[in-house]
Design a binder for this molecule. Structure first.
Ligand SMILES: [Zn+2]
Length: 234
């Protein structure tokens, strides 16, 4: 038996993210008009974070039937992304989907408050970067959000985890063994204004631009009120 969402919960999931797909690399609108004078088209899906039935993706046996069909277990996605997250469970984990959901809700709230398009020009470019290189951007986002000092923006590229750089200051590390064509991805990120090449000698060292690191950190973690413009981080 499948624990489906009610119509009301589906509507709430869609409305809370402004009817946009919650995948940060997608943000596809999911609702619009039919070609006739009335009627609407919906290409959104209320997807289950943990599966609606035994054997489904990310199924959690500890949940009750009610919990499985509750608002908290749903995420609004476009049809393509709904298929994507169910086809690769090790990559699209429960934690990742919950992060997508809270980020999408925060972005929708911010768009309402600021009365402007939710996507600025540079955000649009970074969303494009995420489409091109989802794994690297996801790792960078985890690093930026995990940095309690909020000051680290430099990173070094290394062949693999057995090689160390001999850091003189805190930096993130990305490994060629874990990201295919890492140097080519850097070319793109440089051109997109996301990173600056600051290589001193042989090992490639880059610095994220303030706009890019702010975008990675996301709207859910506002800057310290004592430092509203994030000037200590630039
Ligand atoms: Zn999507």
């Amino acid at each position: 038996m499948r624990d489906e969402f009610t119509v009301g919960i589906k509507e709430e999931l869609a409305k809370r993210v402004g009817f946009l797909c919650s995948n940060p690399g997608c943000r596809q609108p999911t609702s619009g008009p039919q070609s006739a004078l009335s009627g609407t088209v919906n290409i959104g899906v209320a997807a289950h974070i943990t599966a609606a039935s035994l054997g489904g993706p990310r199924y959690d046996a500890s949940l009750s039937s009610n919990e499985r069909g509750s608002f908290g277990n749903g995420i609004w996605l476009c049809q393509t992304c709904a298929k994507l997250v169910d086809s690769d469970q090790s990559r699209y984990t429960v934690e990742k989907l919950r992060e997508w959901k809270s980020d999408a809700e925060a972005a929708a709230a911010r768009a309402l408050e600021q009365r402007r398009s939710p996507v600025t020009e540079s955000e649009g470019v970074f969303i494009e970067a995420e489409r091109l290189m989802p794994d690297l951007i996801a790792e960078m986002r985890t690093d930026i959000r995990g940095d309690k000092t909020r000051l680290i923006r430099e990173f070094v590229l290394l062949p693999n985890r057995n090689v160390s750089f001999g850091h003189t200051k805190p930096r993130f590390e990305y490994f060629e063994s874990e990201h295919t064509n890492l140097l080519l991805q850097m070319d793109w990120l440089e051109e997109m204004g996301a990173v600056i090449d600051i290589t001193p000698k042989d090992s490639p060292v880059y610095r994220m631009t303030p706009k890019f690191s702010d975008w990675l950190r996301g709207p859910t973690q506002p800057l310290n009120p004592a430092d509203p413009k994030g000037e200590t981080a630039s």
